[in-house]
Design a protein around this ligand. Structure first.
Ligand code: 5RP
Length: 251
């Protein structure tokens, strides 16, 4: 008689190093531990913040959180939160925000940030300036020594004569070898338009900015500039998830 086939044991899945998205999720979930029932919450924008929004919704649906009011920092986050059933409001109705959780593009050792590579910097800054506690969630790739050296420094500008404003911005950072580029939608020729109907000029720098506060003031003095992506002295906590674990840095 034919021998029955030997039953093979299912191999356990290979343990793999966490992906960048795993790390973003770990940082986001850690931040949601700061959320308490009854809070008014700033809901950040981007691939890291959306894990936090999803987690908040999950806890609300499980009845582990209640009475939460979310203030979304972009139309995209508004849509996500609405879809997941988080009660929403805005700064006009809830000007005192208890806690905001958001990602960042860069974090320096003083917890200063670059934000806005996702294009939502203006609403993010308005809401995160209004909150008592601002928890930033990043994977380890976002940690830098000096801001503005690892990619674009986004600046939201009015569309009117944007080339003139971009040239003024380039001039401000001439000593840092600045190149100023209008942001486009994907690979197309259509300018990227923000939730506030503005454009984004991305600044690429070759050398350190130096005095960040002076740079911020100088940008804001240009009439065509609406807001820039340096978030100085705003984060109260930064949670960094890396391949060796999670670190929590407080201001
Ligand atoms: C959007 C932002 C985002 O928080 C920032 O770009 C980080 O995004 P991600 O979590 O997708 O890396 O500032 O304006």
């Amino acid at each position: 008689p034919e021998k029955p086939m030997e039953k093979l044991q299912t191999p356990s899945p290979p343990s793999h190093a966490p992906t960048q998205d795993d790390l973003k999720k770990i940082a986001a979930f850690k931040a949601v531990e700061f959320v308490e029932s009854g809070m008014v919450l700033g809901l950040g924008t981007g691939s890291t913040a959306c894990h936090a929004v999803a987690r908040i919704a999950e806890l609300l649906n499980q009845g582990k959180l209640s009475n939460i009011v979310g203030i979304p920092t972009s139309k995209k986050t508004h849509e996500q939160a609405l879809r997941l059933g988080i009660p929403l409001s805005d700064l006009d109705h809830h000007p005192a925000v208890d806690l905001a959780i958001d990602g960042a593009d860069e974090v320096d050792p003083h917890l200063n940030l670059v934000k806005g590579r996702g294009g939502s910097l203006l609403r993010e800054k308005m809401i995160e300036m209004a909150c008592k506690k601002f928890v930033v969630v990043v994977d380890e790739s976002k940690v830098v020594e000096n801001l503005g050296m690892s990619g674009a420094m986004p600046v939201e500008v009015v569309p009117f004569c944007w080339k003139y404003t971009a040239e003024m911005l380039r001039g401000l950072f001439q000593r840092s070898g600045c190149v100023a580029k209008l942001r486009f939608l994907g690979d197309g020729e259509e300018p990227f338009v923000t939730d506030n109907s503005n454009y984004i000029v991305d600044l690429y720098l070759e050398k350190e900015i130096g005095d960040l506060n002076a740079a911020s003031d100088a940008m804001l003095r240009l009439p065509g500039v609406v807001e820039h992506g340096m978030f100085l002295d705003m984060a109260t906590t930064v949670i960094v998830a890396g391949s060796h674990g999670v670190s929590v840095k407080n201001k």
